[in-house]
Design a protein around this ligand. Structure first.
Ligand SMILES: NC(=O)c1ccc[n+]([C@@H]2O[C@H](COP(=O)([O-])OP(=O)(O)OC[C@H]3O[C@@H](n4cnc5c(N)ncnc54)[C@H](OP(=O)(O)O)[C@@H]3O)[C@@H](O)[C@H]2O)c1
Length: 188
């Protein structure tokens, strides 16, 4: 997607014609729930989705909000084989082995050079969604009644969808799910 008149340009000097390359990768329930009490509602119970997330993001740069960074157990961060970019307003924040940034523009600028995977959470998905051309969505076939964090509502007519794969519930996957790729067909 080309940078047009977005909020990101404020005080920055990016050309209006630069092409950015952002992919948001997310798992949500039937009502767009992505989180509960600072964690994934299905934490540790959707093994095949975790494997898919690893396969898809390894070798790339991932952008994540500070709260999502905090939600990752210490022994698993930074996420291995990926450049981890943590976004926070806290100028003192330390995340060993990660790049810490304080302005979403920095990630936008990085995405002119290479594909960046936005891995959450809700605040961060919302910030980058207007500039995102591709989503990889795990639709988890459940309804989390006490979820507290949601993916933004999507206007389905703006996106072309393609099924990547489906997983039935089994011993390692508490719920069935389908993974879809969404490609934006109407630029904002
Ligand atoms: N299902 C999924 O695929 C998925 C994926 C990821 C996360 N999650 C879940 O989502 C939840 C966390 O999401 P969340 O929305 O609460 O938090 P988040 O998006 O992970 O992080 C929010 C934080 O990002 C920083 N931030 C936001 N806007 C900023 C800006 N403009 N400039 C600089 N920093 C900025 C702030 O950090 P500071 O407060 O440090 O300033 C803010 O508190 C958890 O439950 C997690 O498990 C689910």
């Amino acid at each position: 997607m080309f940078i047009k008149d977005s909020i990101f340009l404020e005080g920055d000097h990016m050309s209006l014609n630069e092409r950015v390359n952002l992919t948001e990768i997310v798992a949500m329930d039937k009502n767009r729930v992505i989180g509960r009490n600072g964690d994934l509602p299905w934490a540790g119970r959707l093994r095949s989705d975790m494997d898919h997330f690893k396969r898809t993001t390894e070798g790339h740069t991932v952008g994540l909000g500070r709260k999502t960074y905090d939600s990752i157990p210490e022994k698993f961060r930074p996420l291995l084989k990926r450049e981890n970019v943590v976004i926070t307003r806290d100028l003192e924040f330390k995340a060993p082995g990660c790049v810490v940034i304080h302005d979403p523009n920095v990630l936008i600028r990085m995405s002119i050079e290479k594909e960046i995977f936005i891995i959450g959470g809700a605040e961060i998905y919302k910030i980058f969604l207007p500039l995102t051309e591709r989503l990889i969505v795990t639709h988890v076939e459940t309804e989390i009644t006490d979820g507290d964090t949601f993916f933004p509502e999507l206007n389905r007519s703006e996106w072309r969808q393609k099924l990547l794969f489906r997983q039935e519930a089994d011993a390692k996957n508490a719920f069935s799910f389908s993974v879809l790729e969404y490609i934006r067909i109407i630029e904002m």
